[in-house]
Design a protein around this ligand. Structure first.
Ligand code: GAR
Length: 216
């Protein structure tokens, strides 16, 4: 049973999906801690309602002093014996040292098919690019934002009349499916990192082609 910390900055719906998955019998990881870098975010109350230990470590007072913030973060992670980290809408950049320390043990989810559309407003970026399929990516964290070896992706069709909000809602559904599966893989040592790519013990589905739009 691997001990996991989830780091959030807001709503925490991916956090909730991970908590729910981990509560199932036989799941190989335990959500031992939820840390938010902002007080009063909805995710904190949801985690606490599920009996998960929560902490607030405000990052704002640290400004650009990333290492100062990470000192407190590291102390909390160590104190709770954390082995794996899941970033779930955590909107704060790390130092290269922190990322290096957790390399291969820290996952992030981003709502696009990386390497397309990293950073802010991924759904607006996708709509402006006119892609017909978008999705979400779980990847290992490297110093570059929304980049790193890809563990799992899920795709959704993009509708002609989509707005960033409607597309976000569709992609979020797939986020909630893939993040628990990716954590399951990591917690069972089912992911091998080979340079910039990963190989996993999971196999592709036999009938998983997604074509959009559908003509006939
Ligand atoms: C999610 O859509 C997540 O993929 C995204 O923030 C949202 C957080 O929602 N993360 C990023 O954009 C990372 N660059 P949640 O708090 O409900 O999980």
């Amino acid at each position: 049973m691997r001990r996991v910390a989830i780091l959030i900055s807001g709503r925490g719906s991916n956090m909730s999906a991970l908590i729910e998955a981990a509560s199932a019998e036989g799941f190989p990881a335990e959500i031992a801690l939820v840390i938010s870098n902002r007080a009063d975010v909805p995710g904190l109350a949801n985690a606490a309602a599920n009996g998960i230990k929560t902490l607030v470590i405000e990052s704002k007072p640290f400004g650009k002093d990333r290492a100062g913030f990470e000192k407190l973060l590291t102390a909390a992670l160590d104190e709770h014996g954390i082995e794996l980290i899941c970033l779930a809408g955590f909107m704060r950049l790390f130092t290269a040292e922190f990322v290096q320390h957790w390399y291969g043990r820290m996952l992030n989810i981003h709502p696009s098919l990386l390497p397309s559309f990293p950073g802010l407003d991924p759904h607006g970026q996708a709509l402006r690019a006119g892609v017909k399929i978008s999705g979400a990516t779980v990847h290992f964290v490297i110093p570059e934002t929304d980049a790193g070896p890809i563990v799992m992706q899920g795709a959704v069709p993009v509708a002609t009349d989509d707005t960033p909000d409607t597309l976000a809602a569709r992609v979020l559904g797939v986020e909630h499916q893939i993040y628990p599966q990716a954590l399951h893989l990591l917690a069972t040592d089912g992911i091998e990192i080979d340079g910039a790519v990963t190989k996993t013990t999971a196999c592709i589905g036999s009938d998983d082609n997604l074509i959009a739009p559908t003509v006939i």
